[in-house]
Design a protein around this ligand. Sequence first.
Ligand code: SF4
Ligand code: SF4
Length: 441
Amino acid sequence: MVISRHITGKIRSARYIVEAILLPIYFLLPWLRWGEHPFIRLDIPNRKFYLLGNIFTPQEGYYLHLFLIGMGLSLFFFTTLIGRVWCGWACPQTVFTDVFDWIGRTILGSKYGKKDAPTFGKILVHFLWILVSVLGALAWVSYFADPYEMLSEVRSSAFLSSPPVWTYFTAFFTATLYLDMAFVREQFCKYACPYARFQTVMMDAHSVNVTYDLKRGEPRRKAGVQEGDCTACNLCLVVCPTGIDIREGTNVGCIACGKCVDACTKTMGKEGKKTLIGYMSETQANQPGAKVNWIRPRSLVYGTLLLCVLAAAGTLLYNRVPLYANILPDRIIQPMEVPGGLVRNFYNGHLLNLTFEERELKVEIANSTLSSPVHILLGGTEKPAIQVLGNDSQDFRIILETVALPQDQSKPTHQISLRITDLKNPNFQLQKTIPFRIPIK
Ligand code: SF4
Ligand code: SF4
């Protein structure tokens, strides 16, 4: 386990403020309600995703694709502009490591991370780390299971004799979080994080990143002789959580946490000079006073692509009808001719109401490629509408029949467009095209 030296400073304080905002969001979000419904939850067993009073299903997977593409593009866009600032300031890995460090330092003081730290103190630190891991794991699991239900299950007498499924996941994530935070920490960012690999190729000389002012700093002090400003105090090195030397240049291991900035600010402050390490672009380090070039071909390309994805997602969401309809020809009862020159087709339908309100849905023919009018029977009767409870589904049967005119019989399959409308809200409307087959004589 690498425990870097603690350092105070402006960046450290600013990061504490950001973390103080992020942590309550992470822990409290699953408890929030939108009306009576979850503010956010991925309900895997029921295959539903709740967000801000909306219900999404796997059939709307394109939203997930757009979300992932948007996340990827925003990572590209922001990395190009401001480097790995996400990693050092907002990534849960970094935020939780800081929480664990704070506990360690509070209990063990200057002995934190040292071999000669008191045994009781070390045991207490690990106990508290496990406790925080349990809380972190519970918070994570409650994004997938209802935390209020979890709480009532904990209170129930059957909890210990037959633990619910979420307890196993909590145990697994507790172990993962504890082992990660207690033993792996920022080494994960350095060696295992997939984003770190390609984030470095997103950056160029104009990206604002943690950079060492090579021009001013070098040649660094050696045996009391100083030519450049760097005093070779190595404080930037010992505070670095990933153990890299930023003076060697931009490094894949740098998570832009800014600890070395605070360290150098302290050292240079004693000399009455400005820090040698700061959030600046390479161009700024080489040309003091140069402005950051925000508008560059790659930032324009990533920004435009990101806007396109956001616009596509916004348009789809704006036009979204929260209803899923699946209507398929019956596999058992084939299209048939009935006396009177009528042709009948049978279908099985499934309606999924993706709102929390009960809907009365009318199914009617919007248009068809058949020459004669098509008659519709819902559920085999003339019942005008199907009732579907909020956040529920309803299976039903449809029978379509028409008089098969000679001009329609030349074509074995026709297209029928069904219009499904909420009787109380005409804007809640969906169209579905289904085939209508004429039996071969
Ligand atoms: S080099 Fe500086 S900013 Fe980068 S990880 Fe190390 S301490 Fe943090
Ligand atoms: S903290 Fe600053 S002065 Fe000290 S070694 Fe690092 S760059 Fe040089």
